[in-house]
Write a protein that binds this ligand. Structure first.
Ligand SMILES: *Cc1c(COP(=O)(O)O)cnc(C)c1O
Length: 370
């Protein structure tokens, strides 16, 4: 018999990321991966380029300077910041370190796809908590807790739904969980919130129990997804665990340099936040005018419900592709009637609204019966 992976691995369906290319199209509008509309800070690009003569050198494995920059930007204890190759890296490490065969990890029904994937990879049993109006439901999560539960993963705001639990509800969740359960708060979109620090999540991490971790990323508002850099803010005991198991150089040299510069360019972050605050409502309104409702209110994306408008999301997707516009189909999330559209530049928003408008003005195709 050929080598076999651990039981359960072959039941994992591989993550399919947002596409970036269309056959035959030389210019595409990519609104499929929630990458920051304005791209990275020019200062981050300059810092990246300045590293090019040094890329034969290993990076600082402890990412000391970057952790200090993160700590001062967000007023955190640098010794409890752990960096990784995207927040994905840290989510994977947490599920490995705190999950495993015989344990259960609770995820929400429309959780970010990597949450259940990493839990399964760890060998944990994934328990799915129902939502209410596509929003995490604390009572449903608490009802899933068993003596085998070791992890609860919650993206707040959540991707792809754009919905968010009030922090008072997250605190109630923490209160209701056994103290042995680690609550992982995935704050990939925190910088788009009114409080970009994520103060309420920070307070939970710093609170009693040492049983809450927050993960963050440079992939969204900072526009550095291609460099792969994320970080966790954790209780000392959890940071210690992450530092024992992470790969020693999991944040590359150019990524660390670019991220430090990106943090320093607060004007660019502000401009990115203001851009989203303007164009997200603009797109929501344009869709509403066409009769298409949107779920959730947070993040740099909208979850547009074509089915609720009596239209087929995959037909809309095909029309958009025909015009060189790539958005994210939601079938893999169990939301086949929806498309997730990232907030892009002004021109990109005008183009996507115009294309959806012409799709909506077109004929409703007869559905095959049966
Ligand atoms: C994009 C995203 C991530 C992963 O980000 P990386 O830091 O690029 O790995 C994690 N969680 C959620 C909810 C996301 O949307």
């Amino acid at each position: 018999m050929p080598p076999q992976p651990r039981p359960g691995i072959m039941q994992i369906a591989a993550y399919v990321g947002g596409e970036g290319k269309l056959a035959g199209a030389n210019r595409v509008i990519k609104l499929s991966s929630n990458e920051g509309a304005l791209g990275p800070s020019p200062r981050a690009i300059a810092a990246y380029e300045a590293e090019k003569g040094e890329i034969h050198r290993y990076p600082d494995g402890g990412a000391g300077e970057l952790r200090s920059a993160i700590a001062s930007a967000f007023r955190l204890d640098a010794s409890r910041v752990v960096c990784g190759a995207g927040s994905d890296d840290l989510l994977c490490l947490l599920t490995q370190a705190y999950g495993g065969i015989g344990t259960e990890t609770i995820v929400t029904k429309h959780a970010f796809a990597m949450h259940p994937i990493y839990a399964r990879y760890a060998g944990s049993t994934v328990v799915v908590a129902e939502e209410r109006n596509l929003t995490a439901d604390v009572d449903a999560i608490l009802a899933c807790v068993s003596p085998r539960t070791t992890l609860v993963m919650l993206a707040n705001p959540n991707n792809p739904t754009g919905t968010m639990l009030p922090w008072s509800e997250v605190a109630r969740l923490r209160q209701g969980l056994p103290e042995s359960v680690l609550l992982v708060l995935d704050l990939a979109y925190a910088e788009y919130l009114e409080d970009p620090r994520g103060s309420e999540a920070v307070a939970l991490v710093d609170g009693p129990g040492a049983n809450v971790v927050m993960t963050r990323t440079f992939s969204k508002i900072y526009g550095l997804g291609g460099l792969r850099l994320g970080w966790a803010y954790a209780p000392a005991s959890v940071a210690d665990v992450l530092n024992r198991v992470r790969s020693p150089f999991n944040a590359s040299r150019p990524a660390q340099a670019a991220a430090i510069a990106a943090l320093a360019d607060t004007a660019h972050v502000e401009a990115s936040r203001a851009h989203n605050a303007r164009w997200r409502p603009w797109l929501v309104n344009a869709l509403a005018t066409l009769g298409i409702p949107v779920h959730g209110r947070e993040g740099n994306f909208v979850l547009a419900d074509f089915a609720a408008a009596g239209r087929d999301a995959s037909e809309a997707d095909a029309v958009l592709r025909g015009r060189g516009i790539i958005v994210r189909a939601m079938g893999s999330y169990g939301l086949p009637g929806c498309l997730r559209i990232t907030i892009g530049t002004e021109e990109e928003m005008a183009a996507v609204a115009e294309a959806i408008g012409s799709f909506m003005a077109g004929p409703v195709k007869e559905r095959a019966h049966g």
